[in-house]
Design a protein around this ligand. Structure first.
Ligand code: HGA
Length: 610
């Protein structure tokens, strides 16, 4: 999603801003821009649709210099993808603004501002921020004062950075619903929507909280909280171990991240599980007291994380004997729901900043859930800070927009949690041992599954000219089929749907013909015979199938069915293992189709707008 970078220093900040934007590129965007105040107190701006490279080329042709500046990568929500709609936005050639989020009341603000004489140069909601602040400046004591007065007029979500060419010593930033982090340097300070953008210049960060407005100079940071009270916020040393870095020889980040899965799943297990079971204290002090009481779980998530939650429901109910509901965050937050006794709210999010999931957590607190736990990949993120308990997935920075290793580490974390809650709830020793053994052998199974790479690469050729695909699974493999379909849609733009295979006869069978490939995930579990009947239903209607199956499941390749044998694996962790071939399939189909694998069209990572 949109990225923000700002800097105030003694040196020229142009390259810091561009490097910061590049580090946020992976989140997906459609245009980029930068604004600076130069030594003569003149405000300059360059904006380009397309990649940051276009912006960089433009700046190479007409270089800019300034020791204070703001920059942005935009993922359009209001107004088309044009140079004019790209940020920064100006008011009266004095105030410059970048913004992540949505100003929901922008239309009424526009009307008021128009009647005050302001001309709008863009179709964006963001431009109302610039003009409102400019208007407030007329009676304000300072830029900070004007921003504080302005934010009271905005409904919706914003992370915004404001610069005034008449005060080139100060940046003012405001956060409500969209994250911002201040980076502390020596004699220079920075602001960004994600600490990753600032890692080349600092590792010391202050995470702004909801409602904070801050004034940043080269040597000082002053923060006012949502009540306008001056507050001290803790300084964090970044825990990000390694820089997202390069592709390590892989053609795409996505392929690198697919291949990292055995390692990151091992990392997720390390220090938490040994051959005997879970180690004590891994959910934090006092967590056991809370987890002992849990009798119901409500999972809330979006996209791929929602599929992880759906898989966990099968595990929690089957193995931990704990009832569980799973819901898409954007639905959960806008409907009346009931809170069961002793209910734990679990949020799942790679970034920890997913706007709908965060809003759902806040709502759950009001509704009176017993406690909240987040399964998240980014330490210090909003979900981690606002949840009672957090469990980090340790996947490392995920750059590909289409999530891979974040998903399998989420599943690993959720299976560990199943074990924990099960043990709090009378799980038998045999069952616990079975989960422990399955988890401990998981990294090796994932490694073995990656050996299918070549075979799946060849298989992908058969999908390149298809427009639709159907994914089938049963039980805990149904969400894996959903995730497989999502991956194919996201990066190859082939329309793909997933069905619980028992549902075929209730509608989707009508779609079957030899132009509709059917992908089946078929581990050797108790639902195998049922699944085989569903496969026959497809065969009888002339469907072409690709079956990912355990060898012992006894599927045979023939004219209408191609079988890809997956290494034998304990059925407990089969959903995690069967995810990998589906990721590889989507990846290779996308490569053959020549799409932008790491930054697919229209999509963004870390979805910080509602
Ligand atoms: N609403 C603004 C910013 C959009 C955004 O934050 N995307 O992630 C616009 O459309 O320009």
């Amino acid at each position: 999603m949109c990225g923000i970078v700002g800097a105030i220093a003694e040196r020229n900040v142009v390259n810091i801003l561009l490097e910061g934007l590049k580090r946020l590129e992976y989140r997906g965007y459609d245009s980029a821009g930068v604004a600076l105040v130069d030594a003569d107190q003149k405000l300059h701006r360059v904006r380009r649709i397309g990649k940051v490279q276009e912006l960089q080329n433009a700046l190479a042709e007409s270089p800019l210099k300034g020791s204070i500046g703001i920059a942005h990568t935009r993922w359009a929500t209001h107004g088309g993808v044009t140079d004019k709609n790209a940020h920064p936005h100006f008011s009266s050639e004095q105030i410059a603004v970048v913004h992540n989020g949505i100003i929901e009341n922008y239309q009424s603000l526009r009307e008021i501002l128009r009647s005050d004489g302001y001309d709008f140069q863009s179709e964006t909601d963001t431009e109302t921020i610039a003009h409102t602040i400019h208007k407030e400046m007329k009676q304000a004591e300072s830029l900070l004062d004007a921003v504080c007065k302005s934010v009271k007029q905005f409904h919706g979500a914003y992370g915004t950075v404001v610069m005034d060419k008449n005060d080139p010593e100060t940046l003012v930033v405001a956060r409500s619903g969209s994250p911002l982090v201040i980076g502390l340097g020596i004699g220079e300070n920075f602001i960004a929507s994600d600490q990753l953008a600032l890692l080349p210049v600092t590792r010391r960060f202050i995470f702004l909280e909801e409602g904070d407005v801050a004034e940043i100079t080269r040597t000082s940071v002053r923060i006012l909280d949502k009540n306008g009270e001056e507050v001290e916020r803790q300084i964090h040393d970044s825990e990000i171990e390694h820089d997202a870095g390069d592709k390590a020889g892989y053609r795409h980040y996505m392929l690198k991240e697919i291949y990292e899965q055995p390692i990151v799943v091992r990392n997720a297990l390390q220090g938490r599980l040994n051959s005997e079971g879970l180690l004590p204290g891994i959910y934090g002090d006092d967590a056991d007291m809370i987890l002992q009481k849990v009798r119901h779980v409500q999972i809330v998530a979006c996209g791929t994380s929602y599929h992880a939650g759906m898989t966990a429901r099968y595990w929690l109910e089957q193995y931990a004997n704990v009832s569980c509901n799973v819901e898409i965050a954007s639905e959960f937050r806008y409907r009346k729901s009931f809170v069961h006794d002793n209910s734990l709210l679990i949020t799942i999010s790679q970034s920890g900043e997913t706007a709908d999931t965060l809003a759902a957590l806040r709502l759950a607190k009001e509704l009176g859930y017993m406690s909240s736990l987040t399964v998240c990949n980014v330490p210090g993120s909003s979900l981690v800070r606002e949840s009672d308990l957090s469990f980090m997935t340790k996947a490392g920075a995920e750059i590909g927009v289409a999530s891979t290793k974040a998903f399998t580490t989420q599943l690993t974390a959720l299976l560990m949690l199943t074990l924990k809650l099960g043990q709090c709830n009378g799980m038998s020793k045999e069952q616990a041992n079975a989960i422990v053994n399955a988890l401990n052998t998981l990294p090796a199974k994932l490694e073995a599954t990656l050996n299918l790479d070549k075979e799946i690469g060849q298989l992908a050729e058969e999908f390149a000219d298809k427009h639709h695909a159907l994914f089938l699974g049963r039980g805990d493999q149904y969400p894996i089929a959903m995730e497989g379909a999502l991956k194919l849609k996201e990066i190859s733009y082939i329309h793909a749907e997933a069905y619980a295979s028992g549902e075929l006869k209730h509608g989707p069978l009508a779609l079957i013909d030899d132009e509709m490939p059917v992908i089946v995930v078929a581990p050797n579990n108790e639902l195998l015979e049922k699944l085989k009947s569903n496969v026959e239903e497809v065969r009888a209607r002339g469907g072409i199938m690709y079956v990912f199956a355990d060898k012992d499941a006894n599927f045979e390749s023939d004219a209408t069915m191609r079988v890809i044998n997956i290494p034998h694996v304990d059925e407990i962790v089969a959903p995690i293992v069967y995810t990998l071939p589906l990721q590889l399939l989507s990846y290779y189909v996308a490569v053959i189709k020549g799409t932008d694998v790491d930054q697919p069209r229209n999509l963004a990572k870390s979805v910080t707008v509602e």
